[in-house]
Design a protein around this ligand. Sequence first.
Ligand SMILES: Nc1ncnc2c1ncn2[C@@H]1O[C@H](COP(=O)(O)OP(=O)(O)O)[C@@H](O)[C@H]1O
Ligand SMILES: [Mg+2]
Length: 319
Amino acid sequence: MTTPTTTAAENPAPRDAGSAVLDASGVTMRFGGLTAVRDVNLSVRAGEIVGLIGPNGAGKTTFFNCLTGLYIPTEGTVSYKGTVLPHRSHLVTQAGIARTFQNIRLFANMTVLENVLVGRHTRTHEGLFSALVRGPRFRRAERHSEDRAMELLHFTGLADKRDHLARNLPYGEQRKLEIARALASEPGLLLLDEPTAGMTAVETTATRELVLAIREQGTAVLVIEHDMRFIFNLCDRVAVLVQGQKLLEGTPDVVQNDDRVIAAYLGTPFEGEPGEAEAAEVRAAEEAEARAAEEAEAATTAQAARADQPADAPEGKAD
Ligand SMILES: Nc1ncnc2c1ncn2[C@@H]1O[C@H](COP(=O)(O)OP(=O)(O)O)[C@@H](O)[C@H]1O
Ligand SMILES: [Mg+2]
């Protein structure tokens, strides 16, 4: 994670990709008299990172819930790789869509590794009987699952926390763990609902790098986020939801300069090179960290030098 200023422009989606991974068509969700999502069409192609933005209450999370089978849309269909998805979340996960939640949902009293192993269950075929008997096939599958889970913990930078309880992780690492757990189901599409909420600038930058790495590994990403710098720096395409409707969709450049978006959502024009302010914040934080490390090292060296002196050294105090 040493290139904080990496942008989507430097990491273009493979242009030969392009077959639709996700295809949401005419999705409408009503709750009684309230239409939270209205006739939304959205597709995500292989190799793409697509952003979904909009003010609070615009219907973004509700739309995610419609995509993942948590809600049955009042109208419309959702297809994954050309097949219409059933309205059951575990079947959607099995089909290849994984998600994280706006409000973190981890098994707080399980370890980091166990949380990722839970995420793998849709990909293991061992049944209950096999698990009870714990025969060689089960043990082999279990070992394979654990290897893959550890790979994901390395990938997300959590390997040294494998035995920590999820609830003891700092907030930013809990968000990472949710991503690791989602990836454990080997998704073709990952949905992230506000992945950087509550993160520091340094953590946000690390998350951007992580999402780019996830795309490199062949998983398309659809991400909801309020942090505009994060979205405009990361995404190939951005869709704007306002009052349940898609206001427009386009490249970050088009979206951030659209008058309707500025009026409806951003309030004021989005000025400056996207990411510059954030990059400066990150640099300052990194410099402070480096200084602290240097000071700590100097203190340790001084302490070691004192410890090396003979016990009857002149500076030693009498007991
Ligand atoms: N289960 C629900 N029942 C009733 N209304 C809901 C439900 N979920 C969301 N809403 C309403 O739908 C609208 C969109 O909410 P949400 O999708 O959470 O917005 P966003 O994620 O864009 O902030 C809000 O007015 C919210 O109160
Ligand atoms: Mg939301």
